[in-house]
Design a protein around this ligand. Sequence first.
Ligand code: GDP
Ligand code: IMO
Ligand code: MG
Length: 427
Amino acid sequence: MPALVLLGAQWGDEGKGKATDLLGGSVDYVVRYQGGNNAGHTVVVGDQKYALHLLPSGILTPECTPVIGNGVVVDPSVLLSELSGLNERGVDTSKLLISGNAHIITPYNVTLDKVTERFLGKRKIGTTGRGIGPTYADKINRVGIRVQDLYDESILTQKVEAALDVKNQVLTKLFNRRAISTDQVVEELLVYADKLAPYVADTVLVLNQALEDDKVVLFEGGQGTLLDIDHGTYPFVTSSNPTAGGACTGAGVGPTKISRVIGILKAYTTRVGAGPFPTELFDEDGEALRRIGHERGVTTGRDRRCGWFDAVIARYATRVNGLTDFFLTKLDVLTGWEQIPVCVAYEIDGKRVEELPYSQSDFHHAKPIYETLPGWSEDITSAKSFSDLPKNAQAYVKALEEMSGAPISAIGVGPGRDETIEINSFI
Ligand code: GDP
Ligand code: IMO
Ligand code: MG
């Protein structure tokens, strides 16, 4: 049973970095399979805090091989600065492997992301401005640049030229920007070729051989289920598939190899950027969740929108990912509330709805139906086992488990590696 997927069950920032880092000690490979440096994963090891964007969270575990799979979009300048930042702090990054089939975020795609958002005005998605959407669009339009193209100057030049052909028309005629020169882009990209060369590998072969050798491989999703391009709150989503199936296409591993799918679930809900969010709070409870939970984006520094736990979303995540387990994070943040509302269903146009509506129009005016659970006031950050938790905290976890459709196998009670209650072992 060596392949596990770990992914966000809500709108991202559930604590995937911490969970991955925690499991890192028991796995041989940690693989990012989609997304790019739109992700921001905070990992706290002892008194050291790391903010990772593109690198898999397994990079902090020396025994583990971190892999950037073919489904990821790579900004080489961000990758190199993340690597050198870690090296300066004494982290050995030499085991990193990068798929030659991963697509590169080019400077023109970062520009296009920003100008498109500006152009959309009130209708903007609230992207991270890192060029994610335009790079995936190029991939699908078959005008993308892949890591392997850095090693053939003539092909690279032809591909950049083809990509810029239409983009320069858009940039100059629609957005009133200067045209971008092919030579300048090629020159910039070629600088990265030698620097990335030691890491580039046939990661599909490496990972499948590892699985044949019974090594343990952990696939780490970026973003979250509700940000999935197919299964999320489209168009307010990212441009890739964070859901479990994305691990297969984004790493080249068959679904029959995956034995466990772990959904990371915050004990309440947050969201960054635009889009519907039924349990969002605009009152002092929302402020308190933001303050106590330190809900500020790792990548963009934006305040996260905060709200109560939404069991409809959790059930949906269980279904579309085939979740076998949940890892519930940030339970400690809820300490101190006398009563904790939990959304159990929606009211849509006067009707009670138990499951996530497929219609976005319905979802946009879904009103949460709450059940209120009793809170607790005892500090839980040093709890080591489920029975260490106050009775009401235990009941809260059990209620969430029942509503969400998969067992809660671990509980986060603080940001540190050891601030975790393990209930069922993952490996
Ligand atoms: P990711 O994008 O899913 O990796 O999550 P982020 O790192 O963006 O946001 C999660 C934040 O919560 C980080 O600052 C973590 O250090 C922190 N965190 C993770 N688990 C816990 C927990 O159980 N309790 C508390 N208080 N903080 C946590
Ligand atoms: P991690 O991995 C939370 C959101 C953006 C925006 C939308 C599209 O840290 O959980 P994009 O730049 O991807 O085109 O933006 O997706 N978004 C995230 N929100 N956590 C993330 O990553 C996110 N990555 C993208 O805010 O609403
Ligand atoms: Mg994050």
